[in-house]
Design a protein around this ligand. Structure first.
Ligand SMILES: Nc1ncnc2c1ncn2[C@@H]1O[C@H](COP(=O)(O)OP(=O)(O)OP(=O)(O)O)[C@@H](O)[C@H]1O
Ligand SMILES: Nc1ncnc2c1ncn2[C@@H]1O[C@H](COP(=O)(O)OP(=O)(O)OP(=O)(O)O)[C@@H](O)[C@H]1O
Ligand SMILES: [Mg+2]
Ligand SMILES: [Mg+2]
Lengths: 264, 264
């Protein structure tokens, strides 16, 4: 079965995009077929994967608001040939308000994604992993991702505010499970921007592990300037600086995610 | 005239809340009367200012969706007696969708704020500064802030993605100016999480200064662990660690903002 991850957390700047692109690249480097869906109007994931997404470039807006086929909209990542991207464009910024009055507004991404996965399956290029990068909110774009998804990957920054919004996020996931997508479950928590030198980081990490137990990946992603430099070269840290602590930790996190599949 | 700042940037985690609470506290320490409006459903600003905002606490939701008077909803910050806060609560999370179908949906905060400022003026406690902390999106909550505001303060994190969303933010501000609030102008840009050791920080800072010129405060806020520890003690960095680089830079930034008033 194709694994479909929703990378979500309404707290801003916690590493949703960074996790999406680097885990996707790490999975692609293991030879897996990966699709990234960029649901953030800013298009940071599209940028990091070197996918042109200037205003007017067709992408996820056309798929969910206009009903176009994803197969006509995806672009392949130049650095990773088995990684395809459904890009975001600026038009997506208005999509949340436009979606409010559309029919089946919560499940438009699910419908488009399922038909694309069928096309890929019939063409003998089955997609192994889908990663959906969400904007920092719990509006209709993130709800669309949660209806289309099977697993939720929550990046948690090792900072104080990180714990504050978690309750709200988990409640929203429960609501989607109860009314829209019973298959959805939180399977993966990833600690990001972990700074071993500060008590704050250690404190937050401990609290998260005590709360979420085995769902928290053993690997914590360290705060590393190489990770934040990579997007300015339109690369993931895996190709920008392959032996850096950031690259190695994302490779290890991706390995843990593939191993976990056997447990589910 | 009361200065009304909208602290906005749809990019997440750039320091909107940190800037709102620390500039507000610094202004209050200069004896000014300050009001913080917490428009982020996560209520991080309310937490940092030690304002209880558990589910069910009346606050900004009641003011903008139910039309209650702000004078009945504000709470005073324990650490700073001239700093009042209109708290956010979890109910605010649903407000964006609820607002879509309400009459005068964009100007409900403006109307509530203006009547509160009148009440304060008549009571001889005129408000000198209002700071509105926005969520990381450009939806109806941020639009409400921009209609109520007179000046926009844009925190820009010294990271690569910081520049990507700026165009969209400035376009949205232009739209609000043209159709909803002609008095709104971008007056202040603040560089945050500046790390003098990295080229990335220096590069972003230079680009921002070349683009926005004198609107960029001379003071850049350094990345500092003391700043991120303060909220876990329900304090601003100004009382948590008054002589730290973080506290001193926010004091200086607040001073620059007050001096700028004379120029406008
Ligand atoms: N481990 C890390 N070390 C250092 N910097 C990091 C790390 N992870 C992410 N960053 C940087 O922190 C910033 C925030 O990360 P990112 O944009 O991935 O978060 P996000 O949750 O997607 O943000 P948004 O809420 O705006 O979508 C970016 O500038 C990114 O380059
Ligand atoms: N100068 C700084 N040095 C170190 N850490 C900082 C600094 N400014 C903010 N932080 C930390 O970075 C994180 C993001 O900051 P903050 O929450 O203020 O951003 P925001 O823009 O309000 O986020 P959101 O988009 O979720 O509302 C917080 O954990 C905060 O404590
Ligand atoms: Mg992102
Ligand atoms: Mg905030």
């Amino acid at each position: 079965d194709t694994r479909i991850f929703v990378v979500a957390n309404q707290k801003g700047g916690v590493g949703k995009t960074t996790t999406t692109v680097n885990v996707a690249a790490a999975l692609a480097m293991r030879g897996l077929q990966v699709l990234v869906v960029d649901l953030d109007p800013q298009g940071n994931a599209s940028t990091a994967l070197n996918i042109p997404h200037a205003e007017g470039t067709p992408g996820v807006y056309e798929a969910i608001v206009e009903g176009d086929d994803i197969v006509d909209l995806v672009q392949t990542c130049p650095e990773h040939p088995t990684l395809d991207v459904l890009p975001a464009s600026i038009d997506l910024a208005g999509a949340e308000i436009e979606l409010v009055s559309l029919v089946a507004r919560e499940s438009r991404l699910d419908k488009a994604l399922q038909s694309y996965l069928d096309v890929r399956e019939r063409a003998g290029r089955r997609v192994d992993y889908v990663l959906i990068d969400c904007p920092p909110s719990l509006g209709l774009l993130t709800v669309n991702a949660m209806v289309a998804g099977r697993e939720v990957l929550i990046p948690i920054q090792c900072e104080y505010y990180a714990l504050e919004g978690l309750g709200q996020l988990l409640r929203n996931i429960d609501l989607v499970q109860a009314h829209l997508n019973p298959r959805l479950q939180v399977t993966t928590i990833l600690l990001t921007m972990f700074d071993a030198r500060t008590n704050l980081s250690a404190g937050v990490a401990q609290e998260v592990r005590e709360h979420f137990h085995e769902k928290v990946l053993r690997t914590a992603i360290p705060r590393s300037v190489r990770i934040s430099e990579a997007p300015s070269y339109q690369q993931t840290v895996l190709t920008y600086d392959p032996t850096s602590s950031g690259a190695l930790s994302y490779l290890e996190a991706a390995r843990e995610i593939t191993v976990m599949a056997k447990r589910l």
